[in-house]
Write a protein that binds this ligand. Structure first.
Ligand code: PLP
Length: 458
């Protein structure tokens, strides 16, 4: 670091240089984030000082956080949004970590009756000897496990590593949705919970959460729904375009998000087996980064798990803290509150409708160059194979699959290098993946598809 600070003018010239080196969102088809709504940015700036990790100092922001949780619970068809229990996080990863940590704590409580807490979890991980943890009386010979769909976000790999649990990956069907029978077949006496996805990272698909809810109830397991992306999409889709596993959309709650809709969204709290849901305002919620939300059906579903992660906070204005992180940005709470209040249900419907219109345009443009999506897109994520049809199916052998992944990767890299388009590729099948976020226009799509056509014909 320099001994002497640099003048503001020089500093901002330097910042301009760094900012120019960042990617212009116009050419980004790979991100699940987008340009935040202006009211979110203004609110973020107004609350830049606020830290909800110290709630006594920031009572106003804490009130807004409570309201954000209540509004989100309402979107998720909670029968009584005021009884929902949750808080804002930095995003889907943190929300998922915390949801699974509670599953693990609850499991250890009900199975060992011992004083198993986060510290002992971490110690056992550090020793790489989780199995021999003497606290785990009844499950001492095998690792605890979590059942996730094969399409689960990579945050679950981090979680497994962090919490020393095994991930059991359930099979998916030809629409890349988890197969409930496969989930049920993986349950054993060491299973701590189930994960379902509403808006999978690669395909945007929604798992049959209603079936998972039944399985969760039957086996008395918690069910966490990862709706990090889909939470601000599925509830706002036109009922015509909603897939069969999601049988309705938010329709009639008032503009303050006060009351629950009569119609049903079959992926959230109107299913009795769903214990928690994660939703990210910094994705389709149009808020600022970092903004995540973790909501439990109510505080009591956590049992004594909450006490296990509660720590005394002697030098803060509150007595205890039970969130994973300490200092938390009140500016993200304010931004999320602002955009949710400002847009209301109507605004979010318009946002989703805009994106679904992009999907229609995208499909037409694809057809123009002789391509079709791998599966009919349910939401604003489209996957496209750029390999010959008979070599991409699940029956093709491993060598062919590897070759197809390589070809896809090559086209992906060329789209970026030659034309500046940021596109991603899926790992489940060899395909290009396009996330049609609100910052994209039909013109962008037409231009990008024309460039793709040039590459494919070269
Ligand atoms: N869950 C899903 C389904 C996601 O798509 C993502 C990110 O893309 C996450 C979780 C992780 O979210 P974050 O990157 O905000 O931590």
């Amino acid at each position: 670091m320099n001994e002497k600070g640099i003048p503001e003018e020089e500093l901002f010239a330097e910042l301009g240089f760094f900012s120019d080196a960042d990617t212009n969102f116009k050419k980004v088809f790979s991100s699940m984030c987008t340009i935040p709504h202006p009211v979110a940015v203004a609110a973020q700036q107004k609350f830049v000082l606020s830290n909800i990790g110290d709630p006594g100092l920031f009572r106003g922001t804490c009130e807004m956080e409570t309201e954000v949780i209540r509004m989100t619970a309402s979107i998720l068809n909670h029968p009584n949004p005021k009884s929902a229990f949750g808080h804002m996080t930095s995003g889907g990863t943190e929300s998922n970590i915390e949801a699974v940590l509670h599953m693990k704590n609850r499991f250890s409580d009900s199975n060992s009756g011992s004083d198993f807490n986060l510290n002992s979890n971490l110690n056992s991980n550090l020793n790489s000897d989780f199995n021999s943890d003497s606290n785990m009386n009844s499950v001492s010979n095998s690792r605890l496990n979590l059942i996730v769909p094969k399409t689960a976000h990579f945050s679950f790999e981090k979680i497994a590593n962090l919490l020393g649990i095994e991930l059991k990956k359930a099979d998916i069907d030809s629409y890349f949705r988890v197969i409930p029978e496969s989930v049920e077949s993986l349950i054993d006496e060491n299973t701590i919970g189930l994960i379902g996805i509403a808006g999978s990272t690669e395909f945007g698909e929604c798992d049959p959460i209603e079936k998972l809810s039944e399985i969760a109830i039957k086996h008395e397991l918690p069910l966490h729904v990862d709706a990090a992306f889909g939470g601000f999409v599925y509830p706002f889709l036109d009922s015509d375009s909603v897939l069969d596993s999601v049988s309705g959309s938010v329709s009639d709650f008032d503009s303050d998000f006060n009351s629950v809709s009569d119609s049903e969204i079959k992926f959230a709290f109107n299913l009795p087996g769903v214990t928690s849901v994660s939703v990210d305002p910094h994705k389709m919620g149009l808020s600022v980064i970092p903004s995540g939300i973790l909501i439990f059906k109510n505080e009591s579903v956590l049992g004594s798990s909450l006490d296990k992660i509660k720590v005394k906070t002697p030098y803060l204005t509150s007595k205890y803290q039970s969130t994973l992180t300490g200092t938390r940005p009140g500016s993200s709470v304010a931004a999320t509150y602002a955009v949710m209040k400002h847009l209301g249900v109507e605004g979010y419907r318009e946002n989703v409708s805009y994106c679904m219109d992009l999907v229609n345009h995208f499909e037409k443009e694809l057809n123009r160059i002789g391509l079709t999506p791998c599966i009919s897109p349910r939401i604003n994520i489209v996957t496209v194979s750029v390999c010959s049809a008979n070599s991409t199916g699940s029956n093709s052998n491993e060598t062919a699959q590897t070759a197809n992944h390589e070809k896809t990767e090559k086209i992906r890299a060329q789209l970026l290098e030659k034309y500046g388009w940021n596109v991603s590729a899926t790992k489940t099948i060899p395909a290009l993946r396009f996330v049609l976020m609100p910052h994209i226009t039909k013109e962008d799509i037409s231009n990008m598809i024309s460039d793709l056509e040039k590459l494919l014909n070269a």
